[in-house]
Design a protein around this ligand. Structure first.
Ligand SMILES: [Zn+2]
Length: 238
């Protein structure tokens, strides 16, 4: 069965990029979980025109590396690439994948952010590393667990508010789950951070939906250890 066509956004049109979906093949071999493995990676490369995608060992931190000097053993949750450099990608299943592109310089970044990465500010850090003019940076925030499903402990909400990733007045904006736990919109937190970094609303696109609700995506919370991962990747423009 062929892999589904990766999601793309017109906002990043000049840049080769894509957010993979789940496929039967991925579900069986966790294709994107091990960097460099699997037929799904080859299918993704063909569908997006990206070729080899540089990836790292993701550790829920806030470290950024240049894809040109990273390896699969490099511990980092964000990769930068500049004109002439390689395509870069991150793997997710509920965490937020973010693709950034500077429409003037051609530089790009791929970022993996769970709530810890959001609190640590990895997306704004990537914007800062891409260049001195955030007004030229475009962002695509990919499929992640949504405010419908992402129930957290109160300490997570506190960390997001204290870390400046969520305004105080949005603290309980998404209500509570049936279990009485706060629900959080992590993608909105990332968008909020990016706007604070100088990106306009029009420069930020939301791509795809809630990974937990919709089984066209992988979801670690839904599928547990059996969950595969999706790949989000982008290449710099020369
Ligand atoms: Zn949902």
């Amino acid at each position: 069965m062929p892999a589904p066509v990766p999601l793309r956004t017109p906002l990043l049109g000049p840049f080769r990029h894509g957010f993979s979906l789940r496929s039967a093949q991925e579900a069986s071999d966790h294709a994107f979980e091990a960097p460099g493995r699997g037929a799904a990676l080859a299918a993704f490369a063909v569908a997006t025109g990206l070729g080899e995608v540089r990836q790292t060992k993701q550790v829920h931190g806030a470290t950024l590396v240049e894809g040109s000097v990273s390896s699969e053993q490099t511990e980092a949750d964000g990769l930068l690439s500049f004109p002439g450099g390689p395509a870069v990608g991150v793997r997710t299943a509920d965490c937020v994948p973010i693709l950034l592109a500077d429409r003037v310089s051609g530089a790009v970044a791929a970022v993996h952010a769970g709530w810890r990465g959001v609190v640590a500010g990895i997306a704004p850090a990537a914007v800062a590393r891409l260049g001195s003019r955030p007004g030229t940076i475009l962002a695509a925030i990919g499929p992640a667990i949504g405010p419908c499903c992402f129930e957290v402990g109160p300490e997570v909400v506190d960390a997001l508010v204290d870390g400046g990733a969520m305004p105080e007045d949005r603290r309980f904006a998404n209500g509570r789950s049936r279990a009485g736990k706060p629900l959080v919109d992590l993608r909105a937190c990332v968008a909020f951070q990016l706007e604070k970094s100088g990106l306009s609303k029009e420069a930020i696109a939301l791509v795809g939906g809630c990974t937990y609700c919709d089984d066209e995506y992988h979801s670690f919370r839904r599928d547990g250890a059996a969950s595969g991962r999706m790949l989000a990747a982008i290449a710099p423009n020369s």
